[in-house]
Design a protein around this ligand. Structure first.
Ligand code: TYM
Length: 327
């Protein structure tokens, strides 16, 4: 029996190469090893204000990008979170088993609430309970995510263990799976900050749908330092981040890359990196536009995905109801 993978992505627009490198390209690459479920988590997106029309459009865009990245609906279940109501129901129940202190310690909450101040919703605080519900509904073994989501997956594991201690073996205990390289791609304009969809600087992130000239411009303007050698040195976060992106897109060894740029400067390296990223994203962008022009295709994939996910979720929720004594 293959292990079950579950992972999710928010439809908040501007999906970027960090999402692709840290998560979605790996989901696609490992589809044959696992039994996969991938979810577009629109209920998570509304923990921050969204324009309704944009949310709908972004849900379609992210679905299209996942398909274009190689998620194959014949191999993987792909669906939208709000289409399977058990996610919200289990989140409520798990709420009642998660101490407030656990939620208050989440670094994502601390960062986001620090920025939003009095606008912070209870939903933002409770975000990890919904994420735990996503994972635990499907007897998930492995959760492939970027480094920033590791703490949330660990909370899901902790609440599963806590619940099982009360009621017996109801939930499967999940494990996060983080890539060795590229689990935390940094912003191009500030290599000390994680590349993020919500950062507003025009040169912060490379979006998966950016045209070639925009990619070139962003990379040429990326922040580096006053040194000149093109080597992997973690103490030089700007060039290190760019080299990591180069390494991922070329699948070359670090040594090989350093040799390639020995005696050359940052300018030459950035030009080469831009072309590698442009060529790396070209097939994905072509597939994306083809998929979006196929009438009815996305809707049929998502309807089929929800129809497959729903009975699995129903089964787990029924087990939970029975354990707790609900209904
Ligand atoms: P989201 O939508 O912010 O990001 C989707 C995936 O991309 C990864 N990621 C990155 N990886 C490397 N470098 C970066 N700069 C970078 N930025 C983002 C994220 O770690 C993530 O894997 N809470 C999740 C969505 C979610 C989920 C789940 C994930 C909801 N339910 C259940 C796993 C299991 C999120 O907001 O991801």
């Amino acid at each position: 029996m293959k292990k079950r993978v579950f992972s999710g992505i928010q439809p908040t627009g501007n999906t970027h190469i960090g999402n692709y490198i840290g998560a979605t390209s790996r989901w696609a690459a490992e589809q044959d090893i696992y039994d996969n479920i991938f979810c577009v988590v629109d209920l998570h997106a509304i923990t921050e204000r969204q324009d309704p029309k944009e949310l709908k459009a972004n849900t379609r865009e992210v679905t299209g990008l996942l398909l274009a990245a190689g998620i194959d609906p014949k191999k993987s279940i792909l669906f939208v979170q709000s289409h399977v109501h058990e996610h919200s129901e289990l989140a409520w129940i798990l709420n009642c088993y998660i101490p407030m202190g656990w939620l208050g310690r989440m670094t994502q909450y601390k960062e986001k609430s620090g920025k939003q101040k009095e606008q912070v919703s209870a939903g933002l605080f409770d975000y990890p309970a919904l994420m735990a519900a996503d994972i635990l509904l499907y007897d998930t073994n492995v959760v492939p995510v970027g480094e920033d989501q590791k703490q949330h997956v660990e909370l899901a594991r902790d609440v599963a263990q806590r619940f099982n201690n009360f009621y017996g073996e109801v939930f499967t205990i999940p494990e996060p799976k983080i890539a060795d390289v590229g689990a935390r791609i940094m912003g191009l304009d500030d290599p000390n900050k994680k590349m993020s969809k919500s950062e507003e600087g025009p040169n912060h992130a490379i979006a998966l749908l950016d045209p070639p000239d925009v990619i070139r411009k962003k990379i040429m303007r990326a922040t580096t330092d006053s040194q000149t050698t093109v080597v992997f040195d973690e103490k030089r976060p700007g060039i290190y981040n760019l080299l990591t992106i180069y390494q991922i897109f070329t699948e070359k060894e670090k040594k090989q890359i350093e040799a390639e740029f020995a005696g050359k400067g940052y300018g030459d390296f950035k030009k080469a990196l831009a072309e590698v990223v442009i060529e790396g994203l070209r097939p994905l962008q072509e597939r994306y536009h083809k998929i979006m022009n196929e009438p009815g295709y996305l809707d049929s994939v998502l309807a089929e995905g929800a129809a497959k996910a729903h009975p699995l979720a129903q089964k787990t929720l029924a087990k939970v109801h029975k354990a707790v004594g609900l209904g």
